[in-house]
Design a protein around this ligand. Structure first.
Ligand SMILES: [Zn+2]
Ligand SMILES: [Zn+2]
Length: 263
């Protein structure tokens, strides 16, 4: 089985502190064949302040210094976890105009600017109504992102559920998710199984089945590790889920083009 972790963060993410070389060592120790570094770039800060650039030089330097050292034992790709890209097409196009870039995760981390732009991590969820209000906003933003070209794979589609301590059903979002999945599939884009460092696995099965029913074929797997102990967590089990959902291939990326590996 080809084992990959396509969602990892290093010290170059605001919420990370680990150098890429340490993450790569952890990937080798975890038996991974391929690691993609996807540090954060969000067009909204944690409390909604707009952002209009990404500091590429440290990311390119870190990657160029580390990736060649692992040749033959671990393939390392340069990715970006790009948040709220639909808010500013001109800025998004400029940020992604990098020939070195292998892979772009498209994320929605924040409420829309009209609702204050706060990261879902910092939103209060006192009751189910507050959860659904946040999710209404979340999926409406994702529907806007899905019809752009500013991503290869939509990240952690069930992201806000991490922070909600109430029983939440996604049933009411079935139609909006159909639209999101069809838009992604039509554009040759995919989704990811985000294991959240091994904590979310079985939750992905209905999502994967729905994506497949909408014509989806491209799925990557990532742990969302911010430290070495999370690297590769749940990635092997995620391959099994992918097969269970009827997929035959796991995707990786090189220079923004998908590469398929038989499960
Ligand atoms: Zn994220
Ligand atoms: Zn992440």
């Amino acid at each position: 089985m080809y084992l990959t972790d396509y969602h990892t963060h290093t010290k170059l993410s605001p919420d990370g502190s680990v150098p890429l070389a340490d993450m790569a060592d952890a990937a080798v120790a975890a038996g991974l064949n391929e690691l993609c570094v996807t540090d954060h770039c969000d067009l909204l800060e944690l409390y909604g302040e707009p952002v209009d650039h990404y500091d590429w030089p440290p990311a390119l330097e870190q990657y160029a210094a580390v990736a060649p050292r692992y040749a033959g034992k671990l393939t390392i790709r340069l990715g970006l976890e790009f948040g709220m890209a639909h808010l500013n097409p001109e800025v998004s196009r400029a940020i992604l105009d990098r020939p070195e870039l292998d892979f772009v995760l498209g994320s929605i981390h924040n409420l829309c600017p009209e609702k204050g732009g706060t990261d879902f991590y910092y939103v209060d969820y006192p009751d189910p109504a507050a959860c659904y209000a946040a999710l209404d906003d979340y999926f409406s933003s994702m529907a806007k992102l899905a019809v752009t070209d500013f991503y290869d794979v939509l990240s952690h589609i069930i992201y806000p559920l991490r922070y909600m301590d109430h029983p939440i059903s996604l049933d009411r979002y079935h139609d909006v998710l159909d639209g999101i999945f069809r838009a992604a599939a039509e554009r040759g884009r995919g989704i990811e199984i985000n294991t959240w460092r091994g904590r979310t696995l079985k939750e992905w099965l209905p999502v994967l089945k729905q994506f497949k029913a909408c014509g989806g074929e491209i799925v990557t797997i990532g742990s969302d590790a911010h430290t070495t102990d999370g690297v590769g967590k749940g990635c092997e089990q995620a391959c099994q889920l992918l097969a269970e959902a009827g997929f035959r291939y796991l995707a990786t990326y090189e220079k923004r083009k998908p590469v398929f590996h038989t499960l």
